[in-house]
Design a protein around this ligand. Structure first.
Ligand code: F6R
Length: 284
Protein backbone atom coordinates (compact mmCIF):
# COMPACT_ATOMS: atom_id res chain seq x y z
CA UNK A 1 0.00 0.00 0.00
CA UNK A 2 1.32 3.44 -0.91
CA UNK A 3 0.74 6.62 1.03
CA UNK A 4 0.66 10.12 -0.36
CA UNK A 5 0.45 12.71 2.40
CA UNK A 6 -0.47 16.16 1.09
CA UNK A 7 -0.98 19.48 2.83
CA UNK A 8 -4.73 19.95 2.71
CA UNK A 9 -8.08 18.91 1.26
CA UNK A 10 -7.56 20.88 -1.96
CA UNK A 11 -4.29 19.09 -2.65
CA UNK A 12 -5.91 15.76 -1.80
CA UNK A 13 -8.71 16.47 -4.30
CA UNK A 14 -6.29 17.55 -7.03
CA UNK A 15 -4.04 14.50 -6.58
CA UNK A 16 -7.03 12.11 -6.60
CA UNK A 17 -8.66 13.77 -9.61
CA UNK A 18 -5.34 13.69 -11.45
CA UNK A 19 -4.98 9.95 -10.79
CA UNK A 20 -8.56 9.26 -11.89
CA UNK A 21 -8.06 11.32 -15.07
CA UNK A 22 -4.82 9.45 -15.83
CA UNK A 23 -6.59 6.10 -15.51
CA UNK A 24 -9.48 7.35 -17.68
CA UNK A 25 -7.04 8.38 -20.44
CA UNK A 26 -4.87 5.24 -20.14
CA UNK A 27 -7.72 2.72 -20.21
CA UNK A 28 -9.64 4.59 -22.91
CA UNK A 29 -6.57 4.43 -25.12
CA UNK A 30 -5.89 0.82 -24.21
CA UNK A 31 -9.36 -0.74 -24.46
CA UNK A 32 -11.73 2.02 -25.57
CA UNK A 33 -13.43 2.43 -22.19
CA UNK A 34 -12.73 2.64 -18.48
CA UNK A 35 -14.70 1.31 -15.51
CA UNK A 36 -14.67 3.46 -12.38
CA UNK A 37 -16.01 2.66 -8.92
CA UNK A 38 -17.20 5.85 -7.22
CA UNK A 39 -17.93 6.99 -3.70
CA UNK A 40 -20.19 9.60 -2.11
CA UNK A 41 -19.92 11.49 1.20
CA UNK A 42 -18.15 14.76 1.96
CA UNK A 43 -14.60 13.62 1.11
CA UNK A 44 -15.02 13.17 -2.68
CA UNK A 45 -16.98 16.40 -3.28
CA UNK A 46 -13.85 18.41 -4.15
CA UNK A 47 -12.47 15.51 -6.19
CA UNK A 48 -15.60 15.66 -8.36
CA UNK A 49 -15.36 19.48 -8.55
CA UNK A 50 -11.83 19.09 -9.85
CA UNK A 51 -12.85 16.43 -12.39
CA UNK A 52 -15.66 18.70 -13.61
CA UNK A 53 -13.15 21.56 -13.96
CA UNK A 54 -10.76 19.32 -15.92
CA UNK A 55 -13.63 18.20 -18.12
CA UNK A 56 -14.65 21.82 -18.86
CA UNK A 57 -11.04 22.56 -19.79
CA UNK A 58 -11.19 19.58 -22.16
CA UNK A 59 -8.50 17.72 -20.26
CA UNK A 60 -10.64 14.64 -19.68
CA UNK A 61 -13.66 13.13 -21.40
CA UNK A 62 -16.27 10.91 -19.75
CA UNK A 63 -17.63 9.68 -23.08
CA UNK A 64 -16.26 6.18 -22.56
CA UNK A 65 -16.48 6.08 -18.77
CA UNK A 66 -18.64 3.43 -17.09
CA UNK A 67 -19.34 3.93 -13.37
CA UNK A 68 -20.48 1.81 -10.44
CA UNK A 69 -21.23 3.48 -7.11
CA UNK A 70 -20.34 1.81 -3.85
CA UNK A 71 -23.71 2.05 -2.14
CA UNK A 72 -27.21 3.48 -1.79
CA UNK A 73 -29.74 3.82 1.03
CA UNK A 74 -32.85 1.69 1.14
CA UNK A 75 -35.97 3.77 1.82
CA UNK A 76 -39.64 3.15 1.17
CA UNK A 77 -40.41 5.09 -2.00
CA UNK A 78 -44.03 5.70 -0.96
CA UNK A 79 -42.94 7.27 2.33
CA UNK A 80 -40.21 9.36 0.73
CA UNK A 81 -41.38 10.26 -2.78
CA UNK A 82 -38.59 11.61 -4.98
CA UNK A 83 -35.92 10.45 -2.53
CA UNK A 84 -33.67 9.03 -5.21
CA UNK A 85 -33.57 12.39 -7.04
CA UNK A 86 -32.64 14.37 -3.94
CA UNK A 87 -28.98 14.91 -3.18
CA UNK A 88 -29.26 13.10 0.17
CA UNK A 89 -29.69 9.91 -1.84
CA UNK A 90 -26.49 8.74 -3.45
CA UNK A 91 -28.20 8.81 -6.87
CA UNK A 92 -29.00 12.50 -6.41
CA UNK A 93 -25.58 13.24 -4.92
CA UNK A 94 -23.76 11.85 -7.95
CA UNK A 95 -25.99 13.77 -10.38
CA UNK A 96 -25.44 17.00 -8.47
CA UNK A 97 -21.68 16.73 -8.02
CA UNK A 98 -20.54 14.92 -11.15
CA UNK A 99 -22.87 13.32 -13.66
CA UNK A 100 -24.88 16.46 -14.53
CA UNK A 101 -21.69 18.34 -15.45
CA UNK A 102 -19.78 15.89 -17.62
CA UNK A 103 -20.37 14.03 -20.90
CA UNK A 104 -21.06 10.63 -19.33
CA UNK A 105 -23.70 8.51 -21.06
CA UNK A 106 -26.69 7.85 -18.76
CA UNK A 107 -26.65 4.16 -19.71
CA UNK A 108 -23.08 3.91 -18.39
CA UNK A 109 -24.04 5.06 -14.88
CA UNK A 110 -24.78 2.32 -12.35
CA UNK A 111 -26.04 3.20 -8.90
CA UNK A 112 -27.75 0.48 -6.88
CA UNK A 113 -31.56 0.84 -6.77
CA UNK A 114 -32.43 1.04 -3.11
CA UNK A 115 -36.15 0.86 -3.89
CA UNK A 116 -35.91 -2.37 -5.88
CA UNK A 117 -38.63 -4.85 -4.85
CA UNK A 118 -36.19 -7.73 -4.87
CA UNK A 119 -33.02 -6.41 -3.21
CA UNK A 120 -31.07 -9.65 -3.64
CA UNK A 121 -31.81 -9.71 -7.37
CA UNK A 122 -30.74 -6.06 -7.62
CA UNK A 123 -27.42 -6.86 -5.90
CA UNK A 124 -26.84 -9.87 -8.15
CA UNK A 125 -27.65 -7.76 -11.22
CA UNK A 126 -25.09 -5.15 -10.08
CA UNK A 127 -22.35 -7.75 -9.55
CA UNK A 128 -23.14 -9.28 -12.93
CA UNK A 129 -22.86 -5.90 -14.64
CA UNK A 130 -19.46 -5.25 -13.08
CA UNK A 131 -18.31 -8.61 -14.38
CA UNK A 132 -19.77 -7.95 -17.83
CA UNK A 133 -17.85 -4.66 -18.00
CA UNK A 134 -14.61 -6.53 -17.27
CA UNK A 135 -14.24 -5.44 -13.64
CA UNK A 136 -13.48 -2.10 -12.04
CA UNK A 137 -10.26 -0.41 -13.19
CA UNK A 138 -10.12 2.08 -10.35
CA UNK A 139 -12.26 2.19 -7.21
CA UNK A 140 -12.40 5.47 -5.28
CA UNK A 141 -13.21 5.02 -1.56
CA UNK A 142 -13.64 7.28 1.43
CA UNK A 143 -13.31 5.86 4.93
CA UNK A 144 -15.67 6.00 7.90
CA UNK A 145 -14.37 6.95 11.35
CA UNK A 146 -14.77 3.27 12.23
CA UNK A 147 -12.95 2.16 9.09
CA UNK A 148 -16.01 1.33 7.04
CA UNK A 149 -15.66 1.20 3.26
CA UNK A 150 -18.91 1.65 1.39
CA UNK A 151 -21.36 0.44 4.03
CA UNK A 152 -19.15 -2.48 5.01
CA UNK A 153 -19.00 -1.87 8.73
CA UNK A 154 -16.40 -3.41 11.10
CA UNK A 155 -16.39 -7.21 11.06
CA UNK A 156 -17.87 -7.40 7.54
CA UNK A 157 -16.63 -10.51 5.75
CA UNK A 158 -13.54 -9.82 3.67
CA UNK A 159 -15.00 -11.87 0.81
CA UNK A 160 -18.48 -10.26 1.00
CA UNK A 161 -20.37 -9.45 -2.20
CA UNK A 162 -22.88 -6.68 -2.93
CA UNK A 163 -25.81 -7.09 -0.55
CA UNK A 164 -28.33 -5.37 1.70
CA UNK A 165 -26.58 -4.40 4.92
CA UNK A 166 -27.78 -3.04 8.25
CA UNK A 167 -26.61 0.47 9.07
CA UNK A 168 -25.10 1.07 12.48
CA UNK A 169 -27.26 2.94 15.00
CA UNK A 170 -24.79 5.83 14.79
CA UNK A 171 -25.33 6.21 11.01
CA UNK A 172 -29.11 5.94 11.41
CA UNK A 173 -29.10 8.66 14.08
CA UNK A 174 -26.89 11.00 12.05
CA UNK A 175 -29.23 10.72 9.07
CA UNK A 176 -32.29 11.24 11.24
CA UNK A 177 -30.81 14.46 12.61
CA UNK A 178 -29.50 15.80 9.31
CA UNK A 179 -32.23 14.70 6.91
CA UNK A 180 -35.87 13.71 6.86
CA UNK A 181 -35.23 10.01 6.54
CA UNK A 182 -33.97 7.17 8.66
CA UNK A 183 -32.93 4.35 6.37
CA UNK A 184 -32.06 1.30 8.44
CA UNK A 185 -30.38 -0.60 5.64
CA UNK A 186 -28.44 0.13 2.49
CA UNK A 187 -27.32 -1.79 -0.55
CA UNK A 188 -23.54 -1.87 -0.65
CA UNK A 189 -20.70 -3.47 -2.53
CA UNK A 190 -19.04 -6.07 -0.32
CA UNK A 191 -15.40 -5.99 0.70
CA UNK A 192 -14.79 -8.83 -1.77
CA UNK A 193 -16.29 -6.72 -4.57
CA UNK A 194 -14.14 -3.72 -3.61
CA UNK A 195 -11.05 -5.88 -3.30
CA UNK A 196 -11.42 -7.08 -6.90
CA UNK A 197 -10.90 -3.58 -8.31
CA UNK A 198 -7.60 -3.42 -10.18
CA UNK A 199 -6.65 -0.27 -8.30
CA UNK A 200 -8.07 1.25 -5.11
CA UNK A 201 -7.70 4.93 -4.25
CA UNK A 202 -8.52 5.86 -0.66
CA UNK A 203 -9.02 9.51 0.19
CA UNK A 204 -9.27 11.02 3.68
CA UNK A 205 -9.02 14.49 5.09
CA UNK A 206 -9.54 16.24 8.41
CA UNK A 207 -8.58 15.49 12.01
CA UNK A 208 -11.68 13.31 12.54
CA UNK A 209 -10.10 10.68 10.31
CA UNK A 210 -6.71 10.79 12.08
CA UNK A 211 -7.37 7.90 14.53
CA UNK A 212 -8.58 5.47 11.86
CA UNK A 213 -5.83 6.47 9.43
CA UNK A 214 -3.38 6.00 12.31
CA UNK A 215 -4.83 2.52 12.90
CA UNK A 216 -4.55 1.67 9.25
CA UNK A 217 -0.90 2.66 9.14
CA UNK A 218 0.09 1.33 12.56
CA UNK A 219 2.84 -1.23 12.89
CA UNK A 220 4.10 -0.39 9.44
CA UNK A 221 7.51 1.09 8.71
CA UNK A 222 7.53 4.31 6.73
CA UNK A 223 10.36 3.89 4.26
CA UNK A 224 10.58 7.44 2.98
CA UNK A 225 9.50 10.72 4.47
CA UNK A 226 5.82 11.57 4.37
CA UNK A 227 5.36 12.04 0.64
CA UNK A 228 4.76 8.91 -1.45
CA UNK A 229 6.03 6.80 1.43
CA UNK A 230 5.93 3.10 0.61
CA UNK A 231 4.77 1.23 3.69
CA UNK A 232 5.97 -2.31 4.06
CA UNK A 233 5.28 -5.16 6.42
CA UNK A 234 8.51 -5.44 8.34
CA UNK A 235 8.39 -8.03 11.17
CA UNK A 236 6.23 -10.71 12.84
CA UNK A 237 5.03 -8.21 15.42
CA UNK A 238 3.66 -6.10 12.59
CA UNK A 239 2.02 -9.14 11.05
CA UNK A 240 0.23 -9.81 14.37
CA UNK A 241 -0.93 -6.20 14.58
CA UNK A 242 -2.31 -6.47 11.06
CA UNK A 243 -4.15 -9.69 11.84
CA UNK A 244 -5.70 -8.03 14.90
CA UNK A 245 -6.81 -4.90 13.04
CA UNK A 246 -7.90 -6.86 10.02
CA UNK A 247 -10.65 -8.46 12.09
CA UNK A 248 -12.48 -5.26 12.80
CA UNK A 249 -11.19 -2.52 10.54
CA UNK A 250 -12.58 -3.17 7.04
CA UNK A 251 -10.08 -0.75 5.49
CA UNK A 252 -7.31 -3.20 6.38
CA UNK A 253 -8.10 -4.96 3.14
CA UNK A 254 -6.16 -2.18 1.42
CA UNK A 255 -2.99 -3.54 3.02
CA UNK A 256 -3.38 -6.78 1.14
CA UNK A 257 -4.36 -5.27 -2.19
CA UNK A 258 -1.67 -5.21 -4.85
CA UNK A 259 -2.40 -1.68 -6.06
CA UNK A 260 -3.85 0.50 -3.30
CA UNK A 261 -2.93 4.11 -2.58
CA UNK A 262 -4.13 6.40 0.17
CA UNK A 263 -4.10 10.14 -0.41
CA UNK A 264 -4.53 11.84 2.96
CA UNK A 265 -4.08 15.39 4.11
CA UNK A 266 -1.83 16.35 7.01
CA UNK A 267 -4.72 16.54 9.47
CA UNK A 268 -5.85 12.99 8.65
CA UNK A 269 -2.23 11.78 8.71
CA UNK A 270 -1.55 13.29 12.14
CA UNK A 271 -1.66 10.09 14.15
CA UNK A 272 -0.12 8.01 11.44
CA UNK A 273 3.09 9.97 11.72
CA UNK A 274 2.94 10.08 15.53
CA UNK A 275 2.47 6.35 15.68
CA UNK A 276 5.42 5.85 13.42
CA UNK A 277 7.58 7.86 15.79
CA UNK A 278 6.11 6.20 18.90
CA UNK A 279 4.81 2.74 17.96
CA UNK A 280 1.71 1.67 19.88
CA UNK A 281 1.83 -1.49 22.05
CA UNK A 282 0.65 -4.51 20.13
CA UNK A 283 -2.64 -6.11 21.23
CA UNK A 284 -2.24 -9.87 21.47
C1 F6R B 1 -19.98 6.67 0.63
C2 F6R B 1 -19.40 5.63 1.41
C3 F6R B 1 -18.88 5.81 2.80
C4 F6R B 1 -18.07 7.10 2.95
C5 F6R B 1 -17.57 7.25 4.40
C6 F6R B 1 -16.85 8.56 4.60
O1 F6R B 1 -20.33 6.19 -0.66
O2 F6R B 1 -19.36 4.56 0.91
O3 F6R B 1 -18.12 4.70 3.13
O4 F6R B 1 -16.98 7.07 2.09
O5 F6R B 1 -18.65 7.18 5.28
O6 F6R B 1 -17.78 9.60 4.49
P1 F6R B 1 -17.31 11.12 4.45
O7 F6R B 1 -16.56 11.30 3.18
O8 F6R B 1 -18.59 11.91 4.46
O9 F6R B 1 -16.46 11.34 5.65
Amino acid sequence: MKWNVVHNEDEMAKAAAQRIADVIRRETLRKGKVVLGLATGSTPIKVYEELVRMHKEKKVSFENVVTFNLDEYVVDKDQHPGFYNKDISYHGFMDKHLFNHVNIKPENIHVLHGMAEDKDAECRRFEQLIKQEGGIDLQLVGIGENGHLGFCEPNSPLNGRTSEVKLTQQTIDVNRQKFDFAAETALSMGLGTINEAKEILLIANGAKKAPIIGDLASGIAVANSANHAELTLDDPETARTLAQHRKNNPAMLLKYHSNATAIVDEAAAGQMLDRYKQPQPVAR
